[in-house]
Ligand binder design. Structure first.
Ligand SMILES: *Cc1c(COP(=O)(O)O)cnc(C)c1O
Length: 381
């Protein structure tokens, strides 16, 4: 028997390769579009599912210094990798957890008067004012101080004197739409919010916000999805590089005669003699079941042998079938097909599945082999 060593790739069936140098290029591209503003990074949700440790390191090496996570636990994890980074926790200050934030040098993005009072009180006990952001809601109606509560906070001298506010921030609801009335309203409201707290650095733009121009850049931008390859300008071609490459390995090929069906529910029927390949990747691996054929106006596809091949039938837990009849050369067990990557962009696949790139990335599974590219040392700054 052949004793050739197997690689994790051979044993896992599907492979997720994450291109850390593409992450760095994307971050540099965003940085170059941020004008004089500092470019930070949203790395919440385990860096949008791609792994906060390697991604955090790659971004730090590219020059990123300010990071945004959602949960204090995520902040603790990132702190373990980046001892000197500025790390904001977007969900605010969890009650009774100020000590945890201080131990891990996490900066809460405060969203209410109670949180502001607690952080100021903790700073007094701790012996110094600890840095934090104040997050003001300018119209998304999600997280942050309502304007009236923010104004009242500024008048609450005892609390304000206990805070070291290092960032004033707000979040856009419709940043992909430059002319949306809410985008313009948030721009103007944030300008007023800023004027009430002069001298404090301000931040409004996410990935798409960076492309809204200088009125939105302020002092710090907070891109997330564009770093990971999502299109920040959906009306235009995607300027970002693909970061994640998800490949499924062919487990078996077969010929299906006209009239026969493929997969659960017999939802796909062959109109002609069809060569099919079954890939070892399914919804357990993060390939949405909504990528089954017949669900979207444009048929979902994978990329194999230099061509796009339609997905046929239902995506199941461990596998999915594709039509390889029109490929110029035969494919065989062990060949792999790109499910997501430079040819099948995350925004396109997400649209087929009726979702967005953010959800697609953050729901990628954990069963496949996960390979991180070496950083291109020529690019290190
Ligand atoms: C997630 C998030 C971001 C990053 O948004 P993208 O659309 O991924 O660029 C920025 N700011 C806040 C407050 C967020 O929650």
């Amino acid at each position: 028997m052949d004793q050739t060593a197997t690689t994790p790739k051979d044993l896992a069936g599907a492979v997720l390769s994450i291109d850390l140098s593409a992450i760095q290029k994307n971050w540099r591209y965003l940085n170059s579009h941020a004008g004089s503003a500092e470019c930070g990074a949203a790395v919440k949700g385990n860096a949008y599912g791609l792994g906060v440790e390697p991604v955090g390191r790659a971004l730090w090496e590219a020059g990123c210094r300010s990071f945004f996570v959602a949960r204090p636990k995520e902040g603790e994890e990132l702190r373990g990798v980046l001892p000197e980074a500025t790390i904001y926790v977007l969900d605010g200050l969890f009650p009774g957890q100020a000590e945890f934030y201080a131990q891990n040098n996490l900066l809460p993005a405060l969203i209410s008067t109670e949180e502001a009072r607690e952080w100021a009180a903790f700073g007094r006990v701790y012996g110094r004012k600890l840095p934090c952001a104040i997050h003001v809601d300018t119209g998304i109606n999600r997280l942050g101080f309502p304007i009236a509560e923010y104004t009242a906070l500024l008048a609450e001298t005892a609390t304000m004197e206990g805070l070291n506010v290092s960032l004033l921030m707000s979040h856009l609801a419709c940043a992909e739409e430059a002319t949306h009335p809410l985008t313009l309203k948030q721009r103007d409201t944030f300008r007023d919010v800023r004027a009430k707290l002069p001298g404090v650095p301000a931040s409004l733009a996410n990935s798409s916000g960076i492309f809204l121009g200088k009125d939105y850049a302020h002092d710090l931008v907070r891109p997330g999805i564009a770093i990971y390859g999502g299109n920040p300008t959906p009306a235009l071609a995607n300027p970002m590089q693909a970061v994640a490459l998800l490949e499924g390995t062919i487990l078996q090929t077969r010929t299906v005669h006209a009239g026969e069906t493929v997969g659960y529910g017999a939802t796909w029927q062959a109109a002609r003699e069809t060569r099919i390949a079954v890939l070892g990747a399914g919804y357990k691996d993060g390939v949405p079941r909504a990528l089954s054929s017949g669900n979207s106006a444009t048929p979902p596809q994978v990329f194999l042998g230099g061509k796009r091949c339609p997905i046929i039938g239902r995506v199941s837990m461990d596998m999915m079938a594709i039509d390889v009849t029109d490929l110029p050369r035969a494919v065989a067990h062990g060949d792999s097909a790109e499910i997501l990557g430079p040819h099948i962009l995350i925004d396109e696949a997400a649209a087929w599945a009726g979702t967005i790139s953010y959800e697609l990335l953050t729901r990628l599974g954990s069963r496949y082999a996960r390979l991180y590219s070496e950083l291109d040392s020529g690019l290190q700054s």
